[in-house]
Design a protein around this ligand. Structure first.
Ligand code: AMP
Ligand code: GLY
Length: 426
């Protein structure tokens, strides 16, 4: 069977790695992929189409006997790739354009949660600066407040305003300076939730679902969660904050009502659902949904999956998810992101990357590429997040130690990483 994976990050490298392990798979095409997927060899090949070139991707799938397509990133989902592929009779893992609004429109997702009694922060929606500012000036509620552009902003559309000045400034930035363009046409102002964040990943066929290990991301650039928000600087799984009791509440109050609610509204949700949680004294509420797997969380969640990933993916498109094995290894995984100095702001690219000779064969270690490419036969940096270094261990501390040991084997000019990935879970 031939499988097409769409995207270019470390998440897609991990997807390609996991899919290629399946004995059923003959070829894995990654569009457009990165230096890491280019280097995998064997079954895995990069194909030079952007994740947003939907027609090209469909033609490629049709011309190359692709039997299953897996969408890694959110933009093609927002553009309706699942609808397009399904209309053409192609099997694809992901939600339809309407269902993907759980991620692509914060207004849609907040209103959906409200309709279905799913726990989330109290909120108001605004369509212009004057109304939002008036609301903030009259606001009785204490700060911080959270201000979010409704549309897709690559994880950068959220302001945590510590006082009224910051809040008013955020509103001006979004509505007047239009820093997010049309993604900022609507704004959600919501209550600040206390607690610890974790993410739960679901694979669903629209009614049945299976759960991966819960994970915890590290969104800030600096150690001890300081500095700017990033796409994610590292992750670990399973996250002990998501106890069996918390997971039971998440399934009962969030996952089942979400899937039932989407089905009842005529848009069954299929594919991966990322539930971003805030957990306060054991009580979970939803910070956000994403319509895909997380990056860097995928780089810890997939290595922990013991069962055949492709069998589960196929079952998810055929509506038979309950009939397939979906088991996790009884291990922990940690991934440390190596970024380019300056990220999440401006950074240089084209820096040669060197891997020590023993890096490729280190026990229970996996190197997933994000912003890398080949230039004149040499591996060089090509993005903000460059590499995602994953290690497994029988315990979380063991996986952390292994991951940081692997990090010492990699060098490039301006490499930056956090030194406390996983510490919160120990
Ligand atoms: P989002 O894009 O909605 O996931 O928001 C990005 C990050 O902002 C989250 O991962 C949280 O760290 C933070 N955040 C978002 N909404 C809230 C909230 N209501 N309360 C506290 N923190 C939040
Ligand atoms: N790690 C956060 C995300 O994938 O959205």
């Amino acid at each position: 069977m031939n499988v097409l994976i769409i995207g270019s990050g470390a998440r897609e490298h991990a997807l390609a790695w996991s899919v290629a392990k399946s004995e059923q798979v003959t070829a894995v095409f990654v569009a457009p992929g990165n230096g890491g997927t280019a280097m995998m060899g064997g079954k895995v090949h990069n194909v030079p189409f952007k994740a947003t070139a939907l027609d090209d991707l469909l033609h490629y799938a049709e011309d190359n006997s692709v039997e299953l397509t897996v969408v890694g990133s959110e933009q093609p989902l927002e553009l309706g790739i699942v609808d397009l592929f399904r209309r053409a009779g192609q099997k694809i893992v992901g939600p339809t354009q309407v269902a993907a609004q759980l991620e692509s429109s914060k207004v849609f997702s907040k209103e959906f949660m409200q309709r279905h009694g799913i726990p989330t922060a109290a909120y108001q929606v605004f369509c212009d600066a004057a109304a939002a500012k008036q609301y903030l000036v009259l606001l009785q509620q204490s700060y911080p407040v959270v201000i979010k552009a409704s549309g897709l902003c690559a994880g950068k559309g959220v302001f945590i305003a510590l006082d009224q000045d910051e809040a008013l400034k955020a509103i001006s930035e979004i509505f007047e300076n239009r820093i997010f363009g049309d993604a900022g046409n609507e704004v959600v102002i919501e209550e600040f939730l206390q607690g610890q964040e974790a993410s739960v990943f679901v694979l669903t066929d629209g009614s049945q679902y299976r759960l991966f290990s819960p994970a915890q991301d590290h969104k800030r650039i600096g150690d001890s969660d300081t500095g700017k928000n990033t796409g994610g600087m590292g992750a670990y799984a399973p996250a002990p904050i998501v106890t069996a009791e918390v997971m039971r509440k998440v399934e009962e109050r969030i996952i089942r009502p979400t899937l039932q609610g989407m089905a009842a509204e005529g848009s069954p949700y299929t594919g991966f659902l990322y539930v971003g949680l805030m957990i306060d004294h054991g009580e979970p509420s939803v910070v956000e949904y994403n319509a895909r797997l997380g990056d860097p969380e995928t780089q810890v969640v997939l290595p922990l999956l013991k069962s055949d990933f492709v069998v589960a993916l196929q079952a998810s498109v055929e509506g038979t998810l309950d009939n397939v094995p979906f088991e996790m290894h009884k291990k922990s995984a940690t991934t440390v992101v190596l970024a380019s100095d300056g990220y999440p702001d401006a950074y240089a690219i084209g820096k040669p990357i060197t891997l020590a000779d023993d890096a490729a064969t280190m026990h229970d270690c996996l190197l997933f590429h994000a912003g890398t490419t080949y230039e004149s036969g040499k591996l060089v940096t090509a993005g903000g997040r460059v590499l995602s270094v994953t290690a497994l261990g029988s315990t979380l501390p063991e996986s952390i130690k292994r991951a940081y040991n692997m990090v010492t084997k990699i060098t490039f000019d301006g490499a930056y990483y956090r030194s406390d990935i996983g510490a919160k879970g120990v």
